[in-house]
Write a protein that binds this ligand. Structure first.
Ligand SMILES: [Zn+2]
Length: 180
């Protein structure tokens, strides 16, 4: 089952995003829409910290919170700030494929070894750190997670539009995630 809806033309943008900052984001990033001038942010973008991702958006258009797996559960004050003080009216939550926060257990040894070699940590300290925090940051599956995080944010900020999106690292394009 394909849960991703591509945006190759303006007509591909879902009706609920037309005329919204989310629709503009899709046009800027995927369709090379000419940049408009902004003096105030319209959008809050939540996206993974992963180094393979880069958005094409105009200056001043969006607040961006980058966090492993586009997980905003531990960034609540920053989300509230972008909405309350920053004027963001919509949230674009952008997961991506090949995310490192999926199946963290598979990278446990690399993580521990890396902290020992690169940061000078003791093995025991690195192991404890991983065991304690990995469960909080594990996202399971990129698409399922972005949908559940979308639901959580909608409940928390009922007047804010929250759009689940996915960034594919192969083509650097944004995809709309199908909801039902
Ligand atoms: Zn990621």
């Amino acid at each position: 089952m394909n849960r991703l809806l591509p945006v190759m033309t303006e007509q591909d943008i879902l009706p609920q995003y037309h005329g919204t900052p989310v629709g503009l984001l899709l046009e800027y990033h995927n369709l090379n829409r000419e940049y408009d001038a902004y003096t105030q942010a319209r959008l809050l973008i939540g996206m993974c910290m992963d180094n393979r991702k880069h958005l094409h958006i105009p200056d001043n258009f969006a607040y961006i919170i980058r966090s492993g797996g586009a997980n905003l559960r531990y960034s609540e004050f920053k989300v509230s700030y972008a909405i309350g003080a920053g004027g963001a009216k919509s949230i674009a939550l952008i997961g991506h494929n090949q995310c490192g926060m999926v199946n963290l257990a598979a990278r446990k040894d690399i993580f521990i070894q890396g902290l020992m070699e690169n940061a000078g940590w003791e093995r025991e300290q690195a192991e404890e750190h991983f065991m304690q925090l990995a469960p909080m940051f594990e996202i399971g599956n990129e698409i399922d997670f972005v949908l559940s995080e979308t639901q959580r944010l909608r409940t928390r900020y009922p007047k804010i539009q929250v759009a689940p999106l996915l960034y594919k690292v192969e083509d650097n394009l944004l995809y709309q995630v199908k909801e039902n």
